[in-house]
Write a protein that binds this ligand. Structure first.
Ligand SMILES: N[C@@H](CCC(=O)N[C@@H](CS)C(=O)NCC(=O)O)C(=O)O
Length: 405
């Protein structure tokens, strides 16, 4: 029996994965992204009815402004449809439609609205004000803080600090001081009302800050050696992050840390000063996230295989131009990964047997190493799967990789 026969086949893997996760996606063959999440409230719509909202957002789910609107739609349980816009090649109909040409934009009951803040406020107006306080005084504060979130400079200073070339230590130090002063202001704001949120209840203010603070918390440790989470200077910001973690809508729309880390490097060319944050071990072990990751990989395996063959460099290992053996070895390692996600330590990991003494073909292990390293960095949350699933996926890829040699 070859080692390849020790791993379950795709059909068996898919069946078990589906039993352990309710997460499902729509397939979008030949389009980008190749799958999309299903809004949690879509089932509430009567059959053959158009959702009341159409959200235009970016193809890769990187845009923090789009995330705000998506977060609010999920919190308010509004059924919606999504149109993905490729920001590297925006279609003319879109730039003709939206005066700023930016994402997000939305059609709310047919009416076009753009600018994330205006979309958030329009959703409150149209679908009941659940994310703004009822109390008139607090409501006025909420609206003021929403304005200020766009103008108080937190974002500008933060991103300058993050992206500034680190050669000039003085400039970097003064950016850090300015950034810390802005965070101190947020810390003060969070203390004005009781409870962990900006206002006395969860609101649009939290939604407005969360995508940016999330990206900063993931990237500052890796790119600047600066920690927001666990930093005793910001106890309220930390309590706020903890409170967000209790909200299912937040988990549906957020990215995982590694997606944020890789995006900064790829999109902005910033050089990390340390390794990406390790995948959160608690999340990596949660069966529903592991099963979701396995379901995504299994269901999307044809696309994954094509992408790996085309873009990872693995084809250079083909002998005399025959890629059959390479394809088989890629497929085998993807199945190993799905098997480990589902069965944990009960999975048939090779522990050195592939390419080792018992097996004279080290090419198989080399293909595996490329495959696993590639998919580990290739997946992107929440474009391909939820942040929790992506975290479990990356931790599993690391584990399988460690078992190869
Ligand atoms: N103020 C806008 C900002 C939106 C924005 O900057 N969107 C970016 C994506 S993160 C965009 O559309 N970029 C495309 C471009 O600049 O052409 C809002 O809050 O909606």
């Amino acid at each position: 029996m070859s080692i390849q026969d020790t791993v379950s086949n795709w059909e068996e893997l898919l069946e078990i994965a589906k039993k352990n996760t309710p997460a499902r996606r729509v397939r979008r063959p030949g389009q980008s992204p190749s799958t999309a999440p299903i809004p949690s409230s879509l089932h509430k719509l009567p059959p053959d009815t158009e959702p009341p909202v159409l959200l235009y957002r970016d193809t890769n789910s990187w845009c923090p402004f789009c995330e705000r609107v998506w977060f609010a739609l999920e919190e308010k349980e509004i059924p919606f449809a999504t149109e993905f816009i490729d920001l590297t090649n925006k279609p003319k109909w879109y730039t003709d439609l939206v005066p700023t040409t930016l994402v997000p934009a939305a059609r709310i009951e047919g009416k076009l609205v753009y600018e994330s803040k205006d979309i958030l406020l329009a959703l409150e107006e149209q679908f009941g004000s659940t994310l703004l306080p009822e109390d008139p005084e607090e409501n006025a504060v909420a609206r003021l803080w929403l304005e200020e979130a766009e103008t108080n400079g937190v974002r500008d200073i933060a991103y300058k600090f993050l992206r500034q070339a680190p050669e000039d230590p003085n400039e970097l130090a003064s950016l850090q001081t300015a950034f810390e002063a802005k965070l101190d202001e947020l810390e003060q704001l969070l203390g004005k009302y009781s409870g962990p949120y900006f206002l006395s209840t969860f609101s649009l203010v939290d939604i407005t800050y969360s995508p940016h603070l999330d990206r900063l918390a993931a990237n500052l440790p890796v790119y600047r050696g600066y920690h927001l989470k666990g930093n005793p200077r910001y106890p309220r910001i930390n309590a706020w992050f903890e409170a967000l973690k209790q909200r299912p809508a937040y988990h549906r729309v957020k990215s995982d840390d590694t997606t944020n880390n890789l995006l900064l490097r790829r999109r902005w060319g910033v050089i990390p000063i340390s390794n990406p944050l390790p995948p959160d071990p608690e999340i990596s072990q949660e069966i529903q996230f592991r099963a979701e990751a396995a379901e995504r990989l299994t269901d999307n395996r044809e696309v994954a295989l094509g992408d790996i063959l085309k873009n990872s460099g693995v084809q250079t290992l083909a002998v005399n131009g025959d890629t059959t053996a390479v394809k088989e070895a890629v497929d085998f390692h993807l199945r190993l990964l799905a098997d480990y996600l589902i069965n944990g330590n009960g999975a048939a990991l090779p522990w050195g047997r592939v390419g080792g003494k018992d097996n004279a073909d080290p090419t198989i292990a080399a293909v595996g190493a490329i495959t696993l390293a590639y998919v580990r960095n290739r997946i992107c949350a929440p474009r391909d799967m939820s942040a929790g699933a992506a975290t479990a996926f990356r931790a599993a890829a690391d584990k399988v990789l460690a078992s190869l040699y």
